[in-house]
Design a protein around this ligand. Sequence first.
Ligand code: DGT
Ligand code: CA
Ligand code: CA
Length: 573
Amino acid sequence: MNNREITQRFADVADMLAIRGDNIHRVLAYRRAAEAIENLGRDVNQVYAEGSLTDIPGIGETLAEKIEEMLTTGSLAFYDRLAQEIPPSLVDLLKVEGLGPKRVKQVYDVLGVTTLADLSAAAQEGKLRDLPGMGAKSEEKLLKAIAALARHGDDRVPLGNAWPLAQEILAVLAKIPGVTQTAVAGSLRRMKESIGDIDLLVAADEAAVVMDTFVHLPQVESISGHGPTKSSVTLFNGLQVDLRVLPAERWGTLLCYFTGSKSHNVHLREMALKRGLSLNEHAFTPVDGGPEILCATEEAVYQVLDLPYIIPTLREDRGEIEAAQAGRLPDVIRTEQIISDLHMHSTWSDGNATILEMAKAAQARGLRYIVITDHSVSLGIANGLSIERLHQQAADIRQANDALGPDFRILHGTEMEIRADGSLDYPDEVLAGLDFVIAALHVSLSQPRAQVTERLLNALNNPHVDMIAHPSGRLLPDRAGADADWDVVLETAVATHTILEINANPRRLDLRDSLARRAVELGATLAINCDAHHTEHFDFLHYGVATAQRAWVTPDAVVNTWPLEKLLAFLSK
Ligand code: DGT
Ligand code: CA
Ligand code: CA
């Protein structure tokens, strides 16, 4: 079994245990294990071979044994036994908005419902309304939710789709009189690569008018909840948005609670309890009585726990709280530290703007140098450059450099195909004449692991190749990208001084956060580039920086923070 299969199996076990009504800590342990394997930057088979499964955060002896069983036998006896009691298809029912594990158990026990289709039929036949705690109204709501699920699927939405929508909605809410603060929360504020639902927060003394405006926004398809402090809607694109309104003096605890992650919050609450305080979205409350401690800012929340402020992109309970306690919180990269972009396209290949237009747009955003890296000859669909056109392009770059003067510099590069057979698209003597050489995979991504790995190694070992762009080639949400032996690839990149890209295009975010963190641990040098095909694509930068933050990347490891001279010296090594 591979990482994905083990992740899925653990997630299913967690859901099945929850449906069975098992101890919550047991459920959480499996959920945490699923997350740990999902976020593992390397092949779980290899970790097992090294005997270091229990070094994975969240994996103790018991779970390590279960992983071992799956890796060596391809199945899990515990899961099979559980499946006798709780049909695995019940897990799908949890995707229905408003249906929790208790209710799923009930419809299974009482009505024999095991699938979504069963549930839909039972609701249509009016069999649900007579269950304890249900009624005709909740039955109708459930039918709607099942229909919504069928329409939109349960797919998480890529970060890049959710972010602009959330900003649009917040901008409207911020203009309502009496509103003093607005923020995104949840996974969107933590900038996870995919978003389950959008969480929005507003500070205002009068909630009613905010809620009214919110549920009647033109983007809203249906209203699933409209209460005094919380409302939920579904947008036409299927995204659910939750909004909560609270008074400003409780803003800090509110924002912290709903930013999550859940595991980060659980950890904070445990720390609070050790101090005799219970912590929720409203306040800290002394366990043995006494007045609440209100926090108007998140800084104040962390201060009560004697912690420095932890930025949202780090809040995954992947060691950030321990690091904060020890005063070793990484000083992660920030957008304003970036002064270059090393990967972009122009009208010479499949870009929409001329070299000069791209350069001016980059300069207007505060960058000091860029590399033009149009596609190479074999990528015909992207109008890849023949060797002849590549040589002609040099003159265009010289002219643009002359036009811009000494404060800005355009380098001449390429985004060169690594062909399906592993060979490179330009001969060495052509590469030697360029300032910067990117190698990248775009075709035959589904080759077997050994073959894809070999292609990447071939590029890494070429002395002219300076960077590997979007190493896995994945496209969110559906295309998983190449399955390479990442540890070998990352180690070879370090050994050959080859830069690895975190591609900031929100459909890529590649290297993904977990692999980027592994890369940095191994000593890799990274770049964060927008892969702009249009001047507006430079706005992608913050997605790439957030991904780097989630990987604990510090500015020194990112070449885009370096002055040009430092980069050139690195490249000549
Ligand atoms: P998502 O929507 O699946 O991408 O992920 P999140 O993290 O946005 O999760 P969501 O929308 O269910 O809840 C938003 C935040 O609210 C979450 O990050 C932490 C907080 N939260 C929600 N439910 C709980 C809970 O039961 N316990 C704790 N401690 N926090 C919760
Ligand atoms: Ca959410
Ligand atoms: Ca939510």
